[in-house]
Design a protein. Structure first.
Lengths: 296, 246
């Protein structure tokens, strides 16, 4: 018999992990929803942002150790604009051009980007596992039987903020509406005077700005290596499949479900079963509700 | 119709000269020429797959002619991007399924005013649209896909007005709708024209087209086979035989 109060830990932490998973899933969902591209480089782009924060907080790059000591959360002031610009450039100069070649070309380009990031990170930072370790990295709140690491809470609050901002942006601005419109009916958005190439570039840029936030939260919670991108890409797939495309609230819900499956899987069975259980849940959702839990 | 004859200028607003257009590998338009003068309402009549929609898409810039020329207001727009064409004042109203299904009615209308030329006049255009279609105001918060077929058609028409166009291209307004709704839509169309917007509309129903239009063109398998003043076409033996079955 399981003690009920011992369930509180995995419950709370599962929900909080869900915030991070939602953050990673949001960018993937946006790019798929608007461009119909399965961005296989998404996980690597998230990890790239993590390494960027690692560099700014430790100064470590190649064999150098530069005198840098910028707090990871503070470093978002630099990393968000850089990732935004990188995303805009990738879409404008690579993916938009690839689209004119064939429908599959952008997917192959994305795969290439994934390989480039992985190998560049290997070269710059070695395959060693790293962590973002600001002074508060190990702070823990203890509420009754539950231990809540501060960084879990930070990730969850960041997810709520990003869901809110993205939702308001998509609903209230012309560019945001144009992004939704292009996702829903590309032909009609052309007829409304939407420059879809420009909309694509901004959509990818925004996805990368969210990926920057995801990357910092990831580095605060998990250790990372240059090859970690793929594992988080798969989690992001799960989030998007469960949450359904086009719904930010659905993405948050998808993230929380994934988080709960992981913590309860680890708690009730064994941490070795966590990932397998996760994939099983994704398959069950795909079979029962292919449009996701909230759908659209 | 005669009372407006003086208001119609002699210079064509839209001038299509001898265009050939491909839909993929299929040649959909052959040496098509057509003119619409400012202030006119012109009908483009033809059966399914006659190339009517292809013609509208070519004017909108979704397709480009491989031969010939399209001029608007004296400017060559044959190879222009769709979003630049919208800025010049050409708006296509697609048939009712051309809505943004998951956006609210109001957001659909706001998307109509996306172009720079229309944005500054968003507020007054929205009032105008609500005047033409009060239903759109009462349902502005509703998700567009929950509207009926006729209401969706009103929505795309209203959205077209939001673009503040000089020339409105209308695709198959009456597709699958009840006659009473079609009549009210065409009434709205005449009101839109009264406001000085030039109209080129596509229609399968010959009788309806010749009744609503000043002039009409008949398109058959990608070629213009007949054109003229709508009233005269109604009397023409050829048209009677071919289209009214008399």
């Amino acid at each position: 018999m399981v003690d009920i109060s011992s369930l509180a830990g995995p419950l709370v932490n599962g929900i909080l992990w869900g915030g991070l998973f939602a953050l990673i899933g949001m960018g993937l969902s946006l790019v798929f929803g608007v461009m119909n591209l399965i961005n296989v480089a998404h996980g690597d782009l998230v990890i790239l942002a993590t390494y960027f924060a690692f560099f700014l907080s430790t100064g470590i790059v190649l064999r150098h150790n530069l005198p840098l000591d910028i707090d990871p959360i503070l470093s978002l002031v630099i990393i968000i604009p850089v990732m935004f610009g990188l995303g805009y450039a990738i879409q404008k100069f690579l993916l938009n051009r690839a689209r004119t070649v064939s429908a599959e070309a952008p997917l192959i380009i994305a795969f290439g980007i994934s390989l480039i990031i992985q190998n560049a990170a290997l070269r710059l930072w070695t395959p060693m596992a790293r962590r973002l370790t600001p002074p508060y990295a190990l702070d823990v709140f203890i509420i009754g039987p539950v231990r809540i690491p501060l960084v879990y809470l930070i990730a969850f609050v960041a997810a709520l903020i990003m869901v809110f901002l993205l939702r308001e942006f998509l609903r209230r601005t012309y560019l945001g509406r144009a992004i939704s419109a292009t996702a829903q009916n590309k032909r009609a958005s052309h007829l409304m005077g939407v420059n879809t190439g420009r909309v694509y570039s901004f959509a990818f840029a925004i996805a990368m700005a969210v990926a920057a936030v995801a990357g910092i939260c990831l580095g605060l919670i998990f250790s990372f290596t240059p090859e970690k991108g793929i594992a988080f890409l798969i989690i992001a797939f799960g989030v998007v499949i469960i949450g359904g495309l086009g719904s930010m609230v659905g993405t948050l819900l998808g993230g929380i479900i994934m988080g709960l499956v992981m913590t309860f899987g680890g708690f009730l069975l064994d941490t070795r079963w966590q990932m397998l259980l996760l994939y099983l849940v994704v398959i069950v959702v795909l079979a029962a509700r292919p449009q996701g839990i909230l759908g659209r | 119709m005669e009372k407006r004859a003086q208001e119609i200028s002699q210079e064509p607003l839209l001038k299509i000269s001898n265009i050939d257009v491909f839909q993929g590998t299929f040649k959909a338009l052959w040496d098509v020429s057509l003119e619409v003068k400012a202030g006119e309402i012109v009908g483009l009549i033809g059966a399914n797959t006659s190339g009517k929609s292809t013609l509208l898409d070519t004017v909108s810039g979704l397709l480009h002619p491989v031969k010939g020329k399209i001029e608007f207001d004296g400017q060559d727009i044959s190879t222009m991007d769709p979003f630049r064409i919208v800025e010049l004042g050409i708006t296509q109203v697609p048939e009712g399924r051309g809505i943004f299904p998951d956006m609210s009615v109001l957001d659909n209308l706001i998307m109509g005013s996306y172009s720079k030329r229309a944005r500054s006049r968003k507020k007054e255009n929205l009032e105008n649209v609500y005047q033409h279609f009060p239903m759109l105001e009462t349902r502005k918060k509703q998700t567009a896909k929950t509207l009926s077929g006729g209401e969706q058609q009103m929505l795309v028409l209203g959205r077209g007005l939001m673009a503040d166009p000089k020339l409105m291209l209308l695709d198959e307004m009456s597709l699958g709708l009840a006659p009473i709704i079609i009549t009210s839509l065409y009434k709205a169309l005449q009101e839109i024209r009264e406001r000085g917007i030039t109209i080129l509309f596509v229609e399968q129903n010959v009788r309806r087209s010749l009744q609503e239009a000043d002039r009409a063109y008949i398109l058959e398998v990608g070629r213009i086979t007949l054109s003229g003043i709508a009233e005269e076409l109604r009397e023409e033996e050829e048209v009677k035989k071919a289209y009214f079955g008399v």
